[in-house]
Design a protein around this ligand. Sequence first.
Ligand code: FAD
Length: 323
Amino acid sequence: MLKSFAYVRPASVDEAVEQLRPAGARIHAGGTDLLVCLHDGIFEADRVVSLRGIEGLEGVREEAGGLRIGALTRLSEVARHPLIVERYAALAQAASEVGTPQLRNQGTLGGNLCQKTRCPYYRGPFPCLRKGGEQCFAATGNNEAHAIFGGTRCYMVHPSDTAPALTALGASVVIEGPRGRRTVPVGEFFVPPRVDPTRETVLEQGEVVTEVLLPPPGDGVRSRYRKVRMRRSWDFALVAVALALRKDAGGTVSDARVVFGGVAAVPWRSSAVEDVISGQRLTEDIVHRAGEASVEGARPMRDNRYKVDLLRGIVTQELAAMA
Ligand SMILES: Cc1cc2nc3c(=O)[nH]c(=O)nc-3n(C[C@H](O)[C@H](O)[C@H](O)COP(=O)(O)OP(=O)(O)OC[C@H]3O[C@@H](n4cnc5c(N)ncnc54)[C@H](O)[C@@H]3O)c2cc1C
């Protein structure tokens, strides 16, 4: 049964931070993940702090050539906003791939980054490492949907579609908390299991993500997001890739950020692929070599070897499309 909790609706970020100080306090944005976790007893809350009464946390603003996106901005708006579609295509595509239209109308960008893993052992009645237990049950159990990179101790995969896109685009999150404001690159926002398998992000108790900052896209930069899932209705990524490439007038890649989703506990930046394509034109040979490089160092488990082929395949296809 759902444990009862206090529900508060602060009118300012400062008030929210104050309400969030006690350990049992949880943030409620769109609620599409939080309420499921509470209902299913994955964790409990004594106090649920809604962000919805706080003005200024929603919307997209242009600033100094980049964008500021409020953490409460709905994914449907992120997916269709003209400036995001035009300049940060990977983010618009990633947001449009989340769940269903209803989920995108309710779910927020901040909530998308802070959602919990879908690992069935974490979500089920298992005392797994991530819940403070002794072991990762996926290591020897069913590991079909789990990590092929960076899996030390816990083999969860990061569930967010927007996180790999934002990492590729060089975005940062603005965090407000008891010790003031800080800005953290999205690429450093997530905590890998080798550092601490009980936390997903660097957020401390009482901290709230208030904004996502996108730097100016820069001349000649194009980005894309591709997600492969089990079925065509809503589902999480089996494998995904976000690409942000700058090409000069002759077609040479002068800057590359390549980030994978669905294959590691954090958005997984592939320096192997970036090294192969940087300073090169995307010829058939380079694209082929980049596809091979994408799976270098992969360590699949018993049930998820298919992810290696899938990843190689979509990296090759997406780079070929960008050529
Ligand atoms: C059926 C179904 C399908 C889904 N499919 C996908 C999918 O394909 N891809 C995908 O990426 N996600 C998917 N999701 C997950 C989820 O719905 C979305 O990620 C959504 O964006 C979460 O946003 P929210 O505002 O509803 O978050 P909430 O549920 O309100 O919050 C999620 C978590 O983040 C914390 N949080 C929320 N906002 C903040 C903030 N501003 N600062 C700090 N912490 C915060 C909450 O405390 C909570 O722990 C799916 C969910 C369901 C139920």
